[in-house]
Write a protein that binds this ligand. Structure first.
Ligand code: ARG
Length: 464
């Protein structure tokens, strides 16, 4: 049997080489090479610990660290020859280390297994991704706060059932997205704590006979805690699933936000302008300017929900401990993180550039009987029971539909047909400003409250 054809890392007990297709089928290097930096980081920490534990000499440790550092440079210079026959990122780097430094390279794997190695790498990688994603969420939230502050007084129709409901401040509307993103941020910060626990030292599944000192690797790698059970450490991917769940919620929020931007840029709404750099044209219809960025984000949400479902399914049938199924965790996880990060980036770039068409929004709010509730509340203040007021205003609206007039456009006499409790102080409540200013409590749409919410938002971001 030719030795070159059987993987040297585990070929000892094999009497025939792996089938060429099976080698490709079982290999993960095409996608897991992305973990190289974290793999090398983990290996350097492991070698450092092995020296302190008396397993490696200082010279051996230094040769390993030096070799790994040079391999990292080779990879980053695009000079590394990734070999599918070496299966994955771990064995590619280890084989190259042995090429470079000789027999000492073979000592690196003492007291560990690819099972704890890969679990460690993914956690280190995901921790960095979460940090980058958190930074993008904050950048997007800063953009929302700036817009909300600038447009606290801009009035648009608020909707329920996509029908005009009540006037709201455009700033207030934007702060709803801010609030959702704050929860997304919280969820990811919380998820990060459980990502940041160290499986290294679990070895294949049962731990190792070498006198490893896990406190050392834990400290060197910046983990918050050491995983307390070796079987669990090498097998569960709940941290990745949890990330995909948090990422799915964030994408769901961005998808809803996208849907509004798509509606608002349409000729039918015409509420906002998106700068050309976030749009594309049509190859056939010269007049078109399509809101591609929000449409794509809305579409991409499906990839992340798919990753969540995929990982749950991947995990649910696995007995303890490590199973090769887990190699399938990477592509969905990478894709979910990339998709969320890119979508946030696109939004963080785009949101500060949104320009509201103030007059169009205002006109839409004015035309839709959006102050009908204010008229009912006014009559309640005059002493009528709310249900009767609702009925009275219903008649007024019906008259408005027939006569083509909004409530604020009716004369006092016209309004008094519906109730003699109406006097000329009614017009103050029928204006859009009167309506929003009246909702002056925490979480309400009065511009003063919007400014207070912006101040709270700024304090929240400053404390991160
Ligand atoms: N490429 C593998 C993975 O991603 C690494 C661990 C493989 N361990 C093993 N014993 N086959 O999960």
């Amino acid at each position: 049997m030719s030795a070159e054809k059987t993987n040297q890392s585990w070929g000892g007990r094999f009497s025939e080489p792996v089938d060429a297709f099976v080698a490709r089928f079982t290999a993960s290097v095409d996608f897991d090479k992305r973990l190289y930096r974290h793999d090398i980081m983990g290996s350097i920490a492991h070698a450092t610990m092995l020296e302190q534990a008396g397993v490696l000499s200082i010279a051996e440790r230094d040769a390993i660290i030096d070799g790994l550092t040079q391999i990292q440079a080779e990879i980053e210079a695009g000079q590394f020859d990734w070999r599918v026959d070496l299966e994955d990122v771990h064995m590619n780097i280890e084989a190259r280390l042995t090429d470079r430094i000789g027999i000492t390279g073979k000592k690196l794997h003492t007291g560990r297994s690819r099972n704890d190695q890969v679990a460690t790498d993914i956690r280190l990688w995901l921790r960095d991704e979460i940090d980058a994603i958190l930074a993008e969420i904050t950048r997007l939230q800063q953009g929302l706060l700036a817009q909300a502050e600038q447009h606290a007084e801009v009035i648009m129709p608020g909707f329920t059932h996509l029908q005009t409901a009540q006037p709201v401040s455009f700033g207030h509307h934007l702060l709803a997205w801010f609030e959702m993103l704050s929860r997304d941020h919280e969820r990811l910060v919380d998820c990060r704590k459980r990502v940041n626990r160290m499986p290294l030292g679990s070895a294949a599944l049962a731990g190792t006979t070498y006198p490893i000192q896990r406190e050392i690797t834990c400290r060197l790698l910046g983990f918050e805690a050491i995983g307390g059970n070796s079987l669990d450490g090498v097998s569960d991917r709940d941290f990745a699933i949890e990330f995909c769940a948090a990422a799915s919620l964030a994408m769901m929020h961005l998808s809803r936000f996208s849907e509004e931007l798509v509606l608002w840029t349409s000729a039918q709404f015409n509420f906002i302008e998106l700068p050309d750099r976030f749009c594309t044209g049509s190859s056939i219809m010269p007049q078109k300017k399509n809101p591609d960025v929000p449409e794509l984000v809305r579409g991409k949400s499906g990839r992340v929900f798919g990753a969540l479902t995929g990982l749950l399914t991947l995990m649910k049938g696995q007995p303890l401990a490590y199973n090769k199924d887990n190699q399938e965790d990477k592509e969905p996880l990478f894709d979910a993180a990339d998709t969320l990060r890119d979508s946030l980036r696109a939004f963080a770039d785009m949101v500060p550039a949104i320009r509201p068409r103030v007059e169009v929004m205002r006109e839409a709010a004015r035309r839709g009987f959006s102050t009908a509730t204010d008229l009912a509340d006014y009559l309640v203040r005059k002493g009528l029971p709310f249900r009767d007021c609702h009925e009275i205003v219903g008649h007024a609206v019906k008259y408005g539909v027939q006569s083509g007039k909004d409530l604020a456009e009716m004369s006092l006499d016209e309004l008094r047909q519906f109730s003699d409790q109406i006097t000329d102080d009614v017009f103050a409540v029928l204006t859009l400003e009167g309506s929003v200013n009246a909702r002056n409590h925490i979480g309400g749409t009065a511009p003063a409250q919007v400014r207070a919410a912006v101040a709270r938002g700024k304090a929240l971001l400053a404390a991160r």
